[in-house]
Design a protein around this ligand. Structure first.
Ligand SMILES: C[S@@+](CC[C@H](N)C(=O)[O-])C[C@H]1O[C@@H](n2cnc3c(N)ncnc32)[C@H](O)[C@@H]1O
Length: 228
């Protein structure tokens, strides 16, 4: 069994023991297979839009003797998952906009009280704002370090969320990040990303509409970083 990379390990640790999990964009199937092998969960559904990834996941499940516990389905997002069939949904390794689109097309998740475990590779602010505007409350934020690269893993449950400042939309709510390891380096990485985006915008003939929000986030995170 492959060892989970840190970003998937951080996500795995947020899966409640005994959960019935759907992993969307399961690819190799490593996340549900690790959780099944560890006995943290007893069954899982792995979905992927591609046939190739599902063939790899099936081979890995067979090699681990877990093919009876991991159901694999080829579909877009949660199309092949029935409302109420699972109580936790993981979506990792995709852009924030893609993740928000998958969630938007499965509105039953909210009514079913599902827990979301998300690891966006980009557009983190868009995803946090989407969750906030659509009845989700972010309950955990985990900055993750893989070498020089930082990722973010978050959990969300149905409910109302306190407002997010521009910096919190980019990095995660302050109250959830306090005391997390690598916080300063994590904030520094986001500041560098925002700084170069702002430099690019400054050279553009017409700055995009969200340039002001980005500049406010950058300033806020620079100040926050100095306090950590
Ligand atoms: C970069 S991989 C991430 C794999 C794994 N979740 C991880 O984090 O390591 C993205 C996977 O999502 C799948 N995918 C992309 N869009 C999808 C969608 N709309 N519905 C289901 N799967 C999708 C791709 O086929 C690919 O296997």
């Amino acid at each position: 069994m492959e060892k989970l990379p840190p970003r998937l390990r951080a996500l795995a640790e947020l899966v409640p023991p005994g959960a019935s999990l759907a992993d969307i964009g399961t690819d190799h199937g490593y996340l549900p297979l690790a959780l099944l092998a560890e006995g943290r969960i007893t069954r899982a559904v792995g979905c992927d839009i591609g046939a190739g990834p599902l063939a790899a996941a099936a081979a890995h499940a067979k090699a681990a003797g877990l093919e009876d516990r991991l159901q694999l389905r080829q579909c877009d997002g949660l199309e092949a998952v029935s409302p109420g069939e699972v109580d936790a949904v993981a979506i990792a390794g995709m852009g924030g906009e893609t993740i928000a689109g998958i969630l938007r097309r499965a509105p039953w998740l909210l009514a079913a009280g599902c827990l979301l475990l998300l690891q966006p590779m980009s557009k983190q602010a868009l995803l946090r704002r989407w969750l906030q505007a659509n009845g989700w409350r972010i309950t955990a934020e985990r900055p993750v370090r893989e070498g020089e690269t930082f990722y973010t893993v978050l959990a969300a449950a149905p409910g109302e969320m306190p407002p997010l400042s521009p910096g919190e939309a980019e990095a995660g709510a302050r109250r959830l990040l306090e005391g997390q390891p690598f916080l300063r380096a994590y904030l520094d990485g986001i500041c560098r990303r925002l700084g170069s985006a702002l430099e690019g915008m400054a050279r553009a003939a017409r700055p995009p509409e969200h340039a002001g929000e980005l500049a406010a986030a950058y300033q806020e995170l620079l100040e926050w970083k100095m306090e950590v």
